[in-house]
Design a protein around this ligand. Structure first.
Ligand code: FAD
Length: 465
C-alpha cells in the first residue's frame, strides 16, 4: 500500500502543500499541533500583514476553493490581518482539504519524532526504500504513523530567540519571565495596553516586528492612559542609522511604510536608543522593576516591561533521527542559505526556488516554509507556495512541473502594505508619508497575482501578473 505524504503543520505553507497534493490526487495527512488551522498565525491575529491578499492565497488552493463554490474570495488588493488570513482563507482551506478523498487534516496532533521506519540515524540499509515513521502526540496518547514522504512545514513561531546576546537566555531572563514578552503585543486589547501604558518598556530587536512594537507604543503614548510611556530601545548594532533601512539589501526597512512609521515613533520623544547593547543579565530591583545590563557594562534600570522581538529559530528536535544537511549559521537548507542570507537579501529579492534547493540527504524529506529559511527573517508566503508546488510535483514524479518556475517576483518588490497593527495609518497623525516597503515610496504598490490558471500538469510558464 502506498503511504500518504505526511505534512507537518496546517499553516499557510503546509496547507498549500496539501492543496497541491489534493489537486494531484495524492494521499496526504496534515498533522497540526494546535486545535485548528494556522495556530501560529492565530497567535499574531492582530498584526496586519504587509502583503496583500493577492500574495497570500496559494494558486492551487485558490483553484480548489473557487471550484468548491462555498468560498468568497477576498479583495486581492486588500491587506488582511493575521486573523483575517486565517478566518478568510486558511481555515476554509483546511476544512475543504479535510473533506477530499485520500486527504486528512488532524488537529491536536503534535509531531515529536520523524525517522525511517525501523531505522535510527545510524542505520544505512533500506533508507531509500522504507517509509517514514512519524511519532505524534495527541490528547489521546502517542501514535506512530507511516508516510511515503514528509513535508515539514512546522514554521518557527514556537521558538523565539531569547534576549540574551549569546543566543541563550540572559542571566535572570527566565526568573523574570513575568515581565518579559516575546513577539508583538496586541496594543488594541485594553488589558494588554494597560500593561504597557505609562510604563518604562525596553524593546529588544530591530526588524519589522520590533518596529511594529515601537509604532504601537508611540501610539499608546498618545492616549491619556499612556501619558509617561517611555521606551528604551535595545539595539545590538552600533547605531540606529540604518535600522529603518539604509543598505542596498535592506529594502523592507529602507522603503517601507512600516520603517517610516517606526522612524517617526523612534523620534517622537518617548524612545531612548541604547546601541551596541548585547544583553548579559536581567536583575529584579528592590521595587520589582528590572535592570538590564549589557556585556560591555551599559545598563538600563527602572524597566517595567520588556518586549523581545529578536526573531525566531527552527526546532530540529523532532528531526534528530533523519539525515539533514543544513547551513551551520542559518540552519536553512545548505543550498538555499546563500540565496536567503539576511546580510545579502531582504524581503522580496529571494529568487523562487523549489525541490532541488530543498532536498535533504534523507530522500523524501523536505523542510519548507518559514522553517526552510532557518534563522533568516526574509521568508514570504508566496515563495513558500512556490516551494511546495515544486516539492509536491517532485514527490508525484512530475519533474517537468517540479523544475519549472511558476512564480515571478516583480522588480519593484512585493511588500507594499502597512505591516503595522490593525491600523495602516497608525502614525499618520505624526505626519508620516506612506510608501511601499520594497518599492520606492513614490511608486504605486504593485499588485502581484499568484498564477491560478495553470493546473499541476500544465507546461505553461510564468503566471504572475
Ligand atoms: C508577525 C508576522 C507577520 C508576517 N507578515 C507576513 C506578510 O505580510 N507577508 C508574508 O508573505 N509573510 C509574512 N510573514 C512570514 C510568513 O509568511 C508567515 O510566518 C507564515 O505564517 C509562515 O507559514 P508557515 O506555514 O511556514 O509557518 P506557520 O504559519 O508558523 O505554521 C506552522 C504550523 O505548524 C504547526 N506546528 C508547529 N510545530 C508542530 C509540530 N511539531 N507538530 C505539528 N504541528 C506543528 C503550528 O501550530 C503552525 O500551525 C509574517 C510572519 C510574522 C510572524
Amino acid at each position: 500500500m502506498q503511504h500518504p505524504v505526511v505534512i507537518i503543520g496546517a499553516g499557510p505553507i503546509g496547507l498549500a502543500a496539501a492543496a497541491n497534493a489534493a489537486e494531484r490526487g495524492m494521499g496526504f495527512v496534515v498533522l497540526e499541533a494546535g486545535p485548528r488551522a494556522a495556530a501560529a498565525v492565530g497567535e499574531w491575529s492582530h498584526v496586519r500583514l504587509f502583503s496583500s491578499w493577492s500574495e497570500l492565497v496559494d494558486p492551487a488552493a485558490r483553484r480548489l476553493l473557487d471550484a468548491s463554490g462555498t468560498w468568497t474570495a477576498p479583495d486581492d488588493a486588500a491587506y488582511p490581518t493575521g486573523g483575517e488570513w486565517r478566518d478568510g482563507y486558511l481555515q476554509p482551506l483546511a476544512d475543504l482539504l479535510a473533506g477530499t478523498t485520500g486527504g486528512q487534516v488532524r488537529y491536536d496532533s503534535r509531531v515529536v519524532g520523524v525517522a525511517r521506519a525501523g531505522r535510527d540515524l545510524l542505520v544505512d540499509s533500506g533508507r531509500e526504500s522504507d517509509p517514514f515513521a512519524i511519532h505524534v502526540e495527541t490528547s489521546q496518547g502517542r501514535e506512530r504513523l507511516l508516510g511515503s514522504a514528509v513535508v515539514d512545514a512546522s514554521g518557527t513561531w514556537t521558538r523565539p530567540n531569547p534576549l540574551g546576546a549569546d543566543g541563550y537566555p540572559a542571566l535572570g531572563e527566565t526568573e523574570n519571565a513575568n515581565r518579559i514578552t516575546y513577539g508583538i503585543p496586541d496594543f488594541a486589547d485594553q488589558t494588554i495596553a494597560a500593561r504597557y501604558a505609562g510604563k518604562h518598556v525596553a524593546v529588544a530587536g530591530k526588524g519589522a516586528s520590533a518596529q511594529g512594537v515601537l509604532v504601537g507604543l508611540a501610539k499608546l503614548a498618545k492616549t491619556d492612559a499612556g501619558t509617561g510611556t517611555q521606551v528604551s530601545w535595545l539595539l545590538r548594532r552600533p547605531s540606529v542609522g540604518d535600522a529603518f533601512g539604509g543598505g542596498d539589501n535592506d529594502q523592507l526597512e529602507q522603503r517601507g511604510k512600516l520603517g517610516q512609521d517606526a522612524k517617526a515613533a523612534a523620534t517622537s520623544g518617548i524612545v531612548t536608543n541604547l546601541t551596541q547593547f548585547r544583553t548579559a543579565s536581567v536583575t529584579a530591583q528592590a521595587d520589582g522593576r528590572l535592570s538590564i545590563t549589557s556585556l560591555d557594562g551599559q545598563s538600563v534600570s527602572g524597566v517595567d516591561e520588556v518586549i523581545v522581538v529578536t526573531g525566531f529559530r527552527p526546532d530540529f528536535g523532532f528531526l534528530s533521527e533523519v539525515r539533514l544537511d543544513l547551513d551551520p549559521a542559518l540552519g536553512a537548507a545548505r543550498v538555499l542559505a546563500d540565496q536567503i542570507h539576511p546580510d545579502h537579501h531582504s524581503c522580496g529579492d529571494v529568487a523562487p526556488h523549489g525541490h532541488r534547493e530543498l532536498t535533504q540527504p534523507e530522500q523524501g524529506l523536505f523542510l519548507v516554509g518559514m522553517k526552510s529559511y532557518g534563522r533568516a527573517p526574509s521568508f514570504l508566503a508566496m515563495t513558500g507556495y512556490e516551494q511546495v508546488r515544486s516539492v509536491v510535483a517532485a514527490l508525484d514524479g512530475d519533474l517537468v512541473a517540479a523544475d519549472r518556475v511558476d512564480l515571478v517576483l516583480p522588480d519593484t518588490g512585493v511588500c507594499n502594505g502597512a505591516g503595522a497593527f490593525d491600523d495602516p495609518d497608525a502614525l499618520a497623525d505624526l505626519g508620516v508619508a506612506s510608501g511601499g516597503c520594497c518599492g520606492p515610496a513614490a511608486v504605486e504598490p504593485q499588485l502581484v497575482t499568484l498564477g491560478a490558471s495553470a493546473g499541476p500538469a500544465s507546461a505553461a510558464g510564468g503566471s504572475c501578473g
